[in-house]
Design a protein around this ligand. Structure first.
Ligand SMILES: Cc1cc2nc3c(=O)[nH]c(=O)nc-3n(C[C@H](O)[C@H](O)[C@H](O)COP(=O)(O)OP(=O)(O)OC[C@H]3O[C@@H](n4cnc5c(N)ncnc54)[C@H](O)[C@@H]3O)c2cc1C
Length: 474
């Protein structure tokens, strides 16, 4: 290792002597990866290939002690600091330019206490890894819909998926978190200790510290859940979505149905003549008994003339990976999202009109259903504030060729603007993309001032700033 030249958090040129770097490296149980090494090249890629940032070094942490030491090192040296879980953040907040990345991805332990129905999870764990461990005991907690996403980043922003209408957000099932704060101390945050910090990490992202361990409540789920897709031609979307809207008004919280508008991928269950044509895919999951799910889903399955219906009992772990092939890492991605209280006729028309102009076969409009248990948590109980949102649209601009950047980004922005009149004005912090600094306040909503007070208490120097940042005012 040579001396390290870098720009400090305040922008001044600085360097760290080789001996200081070596001492830091030798003090870790994990490893340090610097530019030019194979380990650096292995640590660098994140999910969204549009993000181009080159940190000076990664601290590949093996445990909480490494995280504490790395926080001290970054603070003392004035190094810009980013924190990486599984690297899925669309805005690329797992990486900084020229500074230190505290890389939590080696921290992979999941410990299930089936008797107490609790899971203790380290911050490098992905959703798929968590699900596999918990399902060995027939248990689960609500997480997202793509198994390679990180439990850490997802949870710190809120976290929702197929079980959320039944069981709430991921944060609603968080019992306790161990947090390394900006002074390098490790604090326990839960309903009895550091309660303000516990409130803040449930939706306030990584603004207050680095979580080295999450404890989640577990629930009986599966091992099979009634789940699958019903696929209709886009030409029928207007009448199918009107039926969908009235249908879901009376379904129990066990039932959830998201939908996707896109070009049909060449999946084996879709007739070849439909491959590449625009479709509406309803994605259904029932978290309760299979036979109850079959009864509840029946009218939706009977409606219209679907191209395919592949709803059946599937192992919960398998269903949790069902969309993985469409969401692989390494593509260029640009997202725009809105929250909605209702699915109005005008909104449906906007979604369908833009689906007809989808600029790339990988691009899609994903529409998530929330409500249920998510909306029953009292407003203000957590830093996540959008309890009234019944639906979230995520415009997944996604393509491979950089020459298509302007076209695909332009399409996503156009759809976002057209849908804005129907939206709440709020935003899900985990879906904000890298050019949406102007939406950060909206994402934290009416909790913003309380979050600033918390930031002033736990991170007044804004060490943790490579995130959807709450700026301290001290
Ligand atoms: C394909 C795909 C599907 C998705 N599906 C869903 C979904 O169904 N539901 C949903 O709610 N969200 C979903 N998301 C959004 C997801 O919640 C965010 O991208 C989230 O930031 C991912 O967390 P990560 O740990 O993988 O990311 P990272 O990029 O590693 O981290 C994300 C942010 O969290 C911070 N961070 C990470 N770990 C810690 C920690 N231990 N302590 C403090 N700060 C930390 C990072 O600094 C960064 O700011 C999806 C994202 C993708 C790319």
């Amino acid at each position: 290792m040579a001396d390290l030249q870098f720009k400090t958090r305040s922008g001044a040129s600085a360097s760290i002597p080789e001996a200081t770097l070596t001492a830091f490296k030798e003090g870790l149980r994990g490893r340090v990866a610097v530019q030019g090494s194979a380990e650096y090249d292995e640590a660098l890629p994140i999910w969204n290939a549009m993000i181009e940032r080159r940190p000076a070094l990664f601290a590949r942490c093996a445990g909480a002690a490494d995280v504490m030491r790395s926080v001290h090192f970054a603070r003392e040296q004035g190094l810009p600091l980013a924190v990486r879980g599984a690297g899925h953040n669309i805005a690329g907040n797992a990486l900084c330019d020229g500074g230190l990345v505290i890389d939590l991805s080696p921290m992979k332990s999941v410990r299930i206490d089936a008797g107490a129905r609790l899971a203790r999870v380290e911050p490098g764990v992905t959703l798929g890894e968590f699900d596999r461990e918990a399902q060995a005991f027939g248990l689960a907690t609500p997480l997202g819909i793509n198994s390679t996403t990180g439990v850490a980043g997802l949870t710190l922003g809120g976290g929702f998926g197929w079980l959320s209408r039944k069981l709430g957000l991921s944060i609603d099932n968080l019992q306790s978190a161990d947090v390394v704060t900006a002074d390098g101390a490790l604090l326990k945050a839960n309903a009895g200790e550091n309660t303000d910090l516990f409130w803040g990490v449930r939706g306030g992202g990584g603004n207050f510290g680095i979580v080295t361990s999450f404890e989640f409540r577990l629930h009986e789920v599966g091992p099979n859940v009634l789940s699958g897709l019903i696929v209709h031609p886009l030409d029928d979307a207007s009448k199918v979505l009107r039926f969908y809207r009235s249908f879901i008004a009376d379904t129990p919280d066990d039932f959830v149905c998201w939908f996707v508008l896109r070009k049909a991928p060449p999946l084996p269950f879709l007739p070849p003549q439909w491959h590449g044509k625009e479709i509406l895919a309803l994605a259904v999951c029932y978290g309760g008994k299979i036979e109850d799910g079959e009864r509840v889903a029946k009218p939706l399955r009977a409606f219209g003339n679907p191209i395919a219906d592949v709803i059946a009992p599937h192992p919960y772990v398998a269903w949790q990976t069902i969309l993985d092939p469409l969401l692989t890492p390494g593509a260029r991605n640009y997202w725009k999202s809105h929250d909605f209280r209702e699915l109005s006729d005008g909104l449906m028309d906007v979604l369908i009109a833009h689906a007809r102009k989808i600029p790339d076969p990988q691009t899609e409009i994903a529409f998530a259903q929330l409500g249920g248990a998510v909306s029953r948590v009292p407003h203000g109980a957590t830093a996540y504030t959008h309890r009234d949102a019944q639906f979230v649209v995520n415009v997944h601009g996604r393509w491979d060729d950089p020459a298509k950047d302007a076209q695909c980004v332009g399409w996503a922005r156009e759809l976002f603007d057209a849908a804005a009149p129907f939206a709440t004005g709020g935003a899900y912090v985990n879906f904000l993309t890298q050019d949406e600094q102007d939406r950060v306040r909206a994402a934290y909503g009416d909790n913003y001032d309380r979050l600033v007070a918390l930031k002033n208490k736990y991170d007044p120097g804004n060490l943790f700033r490579v995130n959807q940042n709450i700026q301290p005012t001290l």
